[in-house]
Design a protein around this ligand. Structure first.
Ligand code: F6R
Length: 611
């Protein structure tokens, strides 16, 4: 989603703003721009496409604008209005420039009002109402800050914006739901959409609370809450560390993030397992109640993690679990009498659908627990209790290490509730913890089969349609495999529960249609194998990913990759974590073969902050 930056008080502000936008690239965008103040005039530089286009335009002007010490910048992920230069932010009106992330829900209404006052609109964005409102208000009040506050009072929606004007070096910012962070530099101040993006320039940051607005100049800043009271917000020390932007010799961030899973999952597990061999998870804080269920809300890949979590939690703790898409939950009227709590899962901690579902749960008096990778993200800050995945920044748009870390947290929650509710023995609990510690090393063994997945990718790279199948706990993996493939390679792919094929989807099978199936030895493997026979009989080209334990049962399948089997009792339990690696590698290699933009697939954004 869109990224915002603002700098006041630092020479060569445009260059610094460009560098920060580079760090926000991961959020996804399709055009970018800067606005700066030079001799009491606001100028802009804008470009469609990637930041190098904006950089080239900036470099032509660089000598002339080195002395500039105030700038705002933006990466735009189009929502209202096509990807055109005129719609690219910053958007100007007379002596005001604005960058904006999110959506102004009442923009139509405001547009009509402004048109009646003869305001001429030059873009199709919802954003444009902000600079026009500001210009009009400035004429009435002659005070930039008061004008901005009046705009904040008028606009509705989920947004963050930054505005500058041509008379004075100051930046106004406001946030409602979308994230915004202030960075405190030595003689300058910065705003950015996340702390990481500005961490190379500042040691201290302040996260604005929902509804806050602020005014910054080079040495001072004032923050106000949604009741217009001036407030002090905590200053947080951050390390100056942008190592996450290094690909470590891999071609893509996604490739790096797939291969670093054995290392980073050690952090996830380390944070979960306490020295005395207990799990650092607190069912009391989650408000787990014996006779009440749990709702889990999430979006996309995190939603598939939730689906796996349901299998585990119900199996090991007997607590009923209801899994929902965040975007659906927030707009229906959920009956919550049978539930005591909600778990939300969000890598970024910023997905607006999930944030809103969590707010709805709070409104309905459910206790909320967040599973997230980003400390101080909006979801972390608003949840009653957070469990962090600790896998470091994920730059590739497609979720990889986040998914496996979410699975590890969910399985650990299942086991902890299991022991808490006396549904599993302490031997089982201890055995789980011991085996959990072996997972990272085991994933290295699966990753060493990389070449086999490259071969598989080469066989399917030219297909137009691909099906993924899984049964039981591997059904959500079929959905995840298909999502990963479609988002990265743009090949149409669908995941199905293998047992459902005969109820309709089997009609899709024709000669040569690739069908990828994930199989573990979970007691229902014979059933899955029958489903494969049915696909083969109709001409489907089956590619089977199975653990070694099934080797004798699947000799008739020609195309297969056998992954090692884990310790007996835990093999099928951990299988969704293990099968994530093939799902990721297949999608990655197909996309690479097809030459698509692996780290920033078209139309996608890392942090989805619009509905
Ligand atoms: C797919 C992917 C998305 C995200 C989804 C939720 O590879 O990454 O489907 O999983 O947008 O994002 P978070 O987890 O940040 O809420």
């Amino acid at each position: 989603m869109c990224g915002i930056v603002g700098i006041v008080g630092k020479l060569n502000a445009c260059k610094s703003a460009l560098n920060i936008l580079k760090n926000l690239e991961y959020r996804g965008y399709d055009s970018a721009g800067l606005a700066y103040l030079q001799k009491n005039h606001l100028n802009t530089i804008k470009a469609l496409g990637k930041l190098n286009k904006l950089k080239s335009k900036f470099e032509v002007l660089e000598e002339d604008i080195k002395d500039i010490s105030i700038a705002i910048g933006h990466t735009r992920w189009a929502t209202h209005g096509k990807v055109l230069l005129e719609n690219t932010h910053p958007i100007l009106s007379e002596n005001i420039a604005v960058v904006h992330n999110g959506i102004i829900e009442n923009h139509d209404e405001i547009r009509l009002e402004l048109k009646e006052k003869n305001v001429v609109f030059e873009t199709s964005t919802d954003t444009e109402v902000i600079p026009h409102l500001l210009s009009i208000s400035m004429k009435n009040t002659n005070n930039f800050f008061n004008a901005c506050v009046s705009v904040v009072e008028k606009i509705e929606g989920a947004y963050a914006f930054a505005a500058i004007h041509s008379l004075k070096e100051e930046i106004f910012v406001a946030r409602k739901t979308s994230p915004l962070v202030i960075g405190l530099g030595d003689g300058y101040n910065i705003v950015g959409s996340d702390a990481q993006s500005i961490s190379h320039m500042v040691n201290e940051v302040i996260y604005l609370n929902d509804g806050d607005y602020a005014i910054l100049n080079k040495t001072n800043f004032q923050i106000y809450d949604l009741n217009n009271n001036e407030v002090k917000r905590e200053k947080i020390n951050i390390k100056s560390n942008l190592n996450f932007l290094n690909k470590d010799g891999y071609k893509h961030f996604m490739e790096k993030e797939i291969h670093e899973q054995p290392n980073v999952l050690i952090n996830t597990i380390g944070s979960l397992v306490r020295e005395e061999n207990d799990l650092n998870i607190f069912p009391e804080k989650m408000n787990i109640q014996k006779n009440f269920g749990i709702t889990i809300c999430a979006a996309g890949t995190s939603h598939y993690a939730a689906m796996v979590g349901k299998y585990w939690i119900e199996k090991f703790s007997s607590i009923p679990v209801n899994v929902e898409l965040s975007s659906e939950y927030r707009y229906r009227r959920p009956a919550t009498a049978m539930y005591s709590c909600m778990i939300v899962i969000s890598q970024s901690g910023e997905s607006i659908d999930t944030l809103m579902a969590m707010r709805e749960a709070k409104r309905l008096n459910l206790t909320t627990t967040a599973i997230t990778n980003v400390e101080n993200s909006s979801i972390d800050r608003e949840a009653d209790y957070s469990i962090f995945t600790h896998v470091g920044p994920e730059v590739g748009v497609a979720s990889t290490k986040s998914f496996t870390s979410q699975l590890i947290v969910l399985l650990s929650i299942a086991m902890k509730i299991g022991i808490y509710n006396k549904k599993i023995t302490s031997e089982k609990y201890q055995s789980f913890i011991q085996n959990l510690k072996l997972v990272p090393n085991f994933l290295s063994k699966i990753l060493s089969l990389n070449e086999e997945f490259i071969n598989l990718a080469q066989s399917i790279k030219n297909s137009q349609n691909i099906l993924y199948l899984g049964r039981g706990i591997l059904y959500p993996l079929a959905l995840e495999g298909a999502l990963k493939l479609k988002e990265l390679s743009y090949i149409h792919s669908e995941g199905f529960a293998a047992g459902e094929m005969k109820h309709g989807p089997i009609a899709l099978i024709e000669e040569g249609l690739p069908i990828i199936m994930f199989l573990t030895s979970d007691g229902i493997e014979e059933k899955s194998i029958s489903n494969l026979q049915e696909a083969l009989a109709r001409g489907g080209e089956v590619f089977l990913i199975s653990d070694q334990k099934n080797i004798n049962k699947i000799s008739f399948i020609e195309n297969k990759v056998l992954i090692p089997s884990f310790h007996d009792t835990w093999n099928d339990v951990f299988s969704p974590i293990f099968m994530s690696i093939p799902a990721q590698l297949i999608a990655y290699h197909v996309a690479r073969e097809r030459g698509t933009d692996v780290d920033q697939p078209r139309n996608l954004a890392k942090s989805v902050t619009v509905e």
